[in-house]
Design a protein around this ligand. Sequence first.
Ligand SMILES: [Zn+2]
Length: 388
Amino acid sequence: MDTIELLDQLVAFKTVSKDSNLPLVDFAESFLRERGFICRRVLDPTGLKANLIASIGPGGADGIILSAHTDVVPVAGQAWSGNPFRLRRDGDRLYGRGTADMKGFVAAALRIADRASRLALGRSLHIALSHDEEIGCVGVRSLLSDLKDRRFSAALCIVGEPTSMRIGIGHKGKLAARATCWGRGGHSSIAPLLMNAIHLATDVTSVIRRQQSDIGNNGLRDEAYDVPYTTIHAGKIVGGTALNVVPDVATVDFEIRHLAEDDPTILLERLQSQTEALLAPHRMLFPEAAIGIEVLNAYPAFAVSPTARAVTTIKAWLPEAGTTKVSFGTEAGLYVATLGIPTVVIGPGSMDQGHTPDEFVDVAQLHACDAFLDRMLVSLGRRLRRPA
Ligand SMILES: [Zn+2]
């Protein structure tokens, strides 16, 4: 079975993050079990979604993980030329939701799993499939803590997010947070005697904007990124019920996308103290006024040295591939942080097409990924020589 045939089947599973991914996991698990893989599921609390880890080979800590997420972003509101959940080939392009992000890599991983099952492996091959990546790398965490509990380790993890088959050696981390502003509500005719929570919320966004300009002018820089510094922005403000009512509560949702060298908790503490300062002049009159910041979701930045063994290993299989730092987040930082496994990001297709209507992957990208994994498989065929 080739990668395109497998991709055709995978695209047909409607694994939008809000829905169950179990039909896809059932398919992948039976595919892998039939080929001798030992499979283990880690379910989410609802039981409607699962992570899957599947292994073949002699065991030990010197195997390789091929890691992918099974979920895709929604298609609602997007203008597709055809059914997004039916793979459509037009020339050299394969269209369908998830073709780039990242069922193309899942298909390539299943193809190489089939090939691996017909060899006597010197080192193990692991396939790790997660759920709910697209909503903030949520699902993989339970898989990683399960693996940690079982003292699982590996020599290398390949996260196959679309990098156009370049070697991804870094991405920014992300922290999403909510500032809730409490004021004093009442009739708008006496507005100046009250504390308008929407006004507080706009003060918070001013603090956020000042932070961004300070970071842009004085912060750390990494010119490998299009925006070479840590960013912070407000993406959503909610507050108020009617024009003639002064609102007593409003929220500002904001996110920090940070360089690996920047600690987002320090940024958050600075924000908290600057927002506290906003309230200081009003303490006497409005003791109930407050601004509370809560973290909604976070995943770590990912950074690996271009000279690290994980990168030179990949380069040996793909000498023509350069390195890149990607603008999107992945599960890579969590593999490093939770399991300490050397990790790189490399996969077929481009995130320029990820999440868009008429998402596609080039056939040539899938072939390049197949060739890359074929070379990886050769290296699994031989056991590493033990150090003397
Ligand atoms: Zn992805």
